[in-house]
Design a protein around this ligand. Structure first.
Ligand SMILES: [Zn+2]
Ligand SMILES: [Zn+2]
Ligand SMILES: [Zn+2]
Length: 115
């Protein structure tokens, strides 16, 4: 599905990147997976895509754009997302803070306790 001009894979159910697994009002981001270089709405969608070698973003790539705001189409770098306070810097839409609870599924988590 094309969401705000970006291709998002997985079980996407609307144009704000909600999916079959996560579809509350706040679930409006898609995350690009390092291994597949594609946007997915959530880690379950990624898993179901059959990716054989899941990889998280290494720390040295945190300046890459890997988060898509489904509300306005703005792409955030990983650093921006992790310091964004769960809202889009471009349109102020709120993101689901619950995603931060499993950020280790997407990003290399620093042991310095970043965020
Ligand atoms: Zn993958
Ligand atoms: Zn999903
Ligand atoms: Zn936005």
């Amino acid at each position: 599905m094309i969401c705000k001009g970006h291709e998002v894979a997985g079980s996407v159910i609307d144009h704000e990147t909600r999916c079959a697994h996560y579809h509350s009002v706040l679930d409006i981001i898609a995350i690009k997976f390092y291994c597949c270089n594609s946007y997915f709405p959530c880690f379950q969608c990624h898993e179901e895509s059959g990716c054989g070698s899941p990889k998280v973003w290494p720390l040295e790539r945190f300046d890459d754009k890997a988060i898509l705001c489904g509300s306005c189409g703005h792409e955030l770098t990983i650093s921006e997302y992790l310091t964004s306070d769960y809202k889009c810097p471009a349109c102020n839409a709120k993101f689901n803070p619950g995603c931060g609870l499993h950020k280790e599924l997407y990003f290399e988590v620093s042991h310095a306790g970043r965020m």
